[in-house]
Design a protein around this ligand. Sequence first.
Ligand code: CUA
Length: 343
Amino acid sequence: MRNTRHFVILSVLVAVLTVFTYYALIYVIAPLPIEASVQAGQIDWLFNLEMMLTGFFFAIIIAPMGYSLFVFRRRKGDVGDGQHIEGNTKLEISWTIIPLIIVIGLGIIGADNLRKVKAVDPQAMEINVTAFQWDWQFDYGDGIVSDTLYLPINKQVVLKMQSRDVIHSFWVPEFRIKQDVVPGLVTEYRITPTIADTYKVRCAELCGVRHSYMEREVKVVSQAEYDQWIKDQRQAALIAQATEAADPNPSAARGEKLYASIGCKACHSLDGTKGIGPTWKGLFGSQVKLSDGSVVTADDAFLTESIKAPNAKIVAGFTPGMPDFQLSDKKIADLVAFIKTVK
Ligand code: CUA
């Protein structure tokens, strides 16, 4: 009879502590940002199930332990030994078998969940993503390149991601999925956004001094807005082409665009500020002191070499670290033409 009473009280304690722990976990300890993709729904469902189980197992261990410490404590004047218990086979078998079943079950549910998260829509829209120290670039084809990622709502998109230098990681917490971008590989990131809003993609892999600034906006918009944006981008590309044709120094104009888009600006300032690399202000024609003590003139040959083989000659006061951007000779000429104009 006394055992039944303990059992009832403990059941109530376990139930209450389970609910308390579960809500504390999902609202206080590990609250998630809004769920903004189809894939996030799947992931959150599994996360939620695991939080419930975590709450239950925490309660079923802590509640009986705390209860026993209090109810079966040594009374005043009790100097006898505790009861000697020599194992309990039934209990040991059940606490081996039950967790085993739960873990295998979770494994199966997890694998099925992953299959759903990775489900491929053959109609998925493709966008090429380039990650580099320390920025993102999104290429929609047709010469449309943007540093903001525009995505139409409720449509699966597959990002084909490449890195130009080191390992980066594409992460939008509201979409839940995180994917590494590895040099020499094309990794895929498949997502179906469900809420129109502005999010932030951040790099989730330590990738150098400006890693924490490697963020860009992700705008999820209606299909109509998206189509309009693409149209505007095409128009802008055409206008840019026409301006380039009319430009007396088209090479320098192309170089200026490259400077902003491929990542030169992360390290080289145009206003004389000392960055991670030397400033481009007044660089062309100047006398440059190298780390080995020699002095060279920053002419076409020196600048071209410094872009092609960045670590061949290091300017005094700087550390080697610039990656080889593997630019075509034409692009390098454009960049050098632009450097000449920065006075
Ligand atoms: Cu790229 Cu961190």
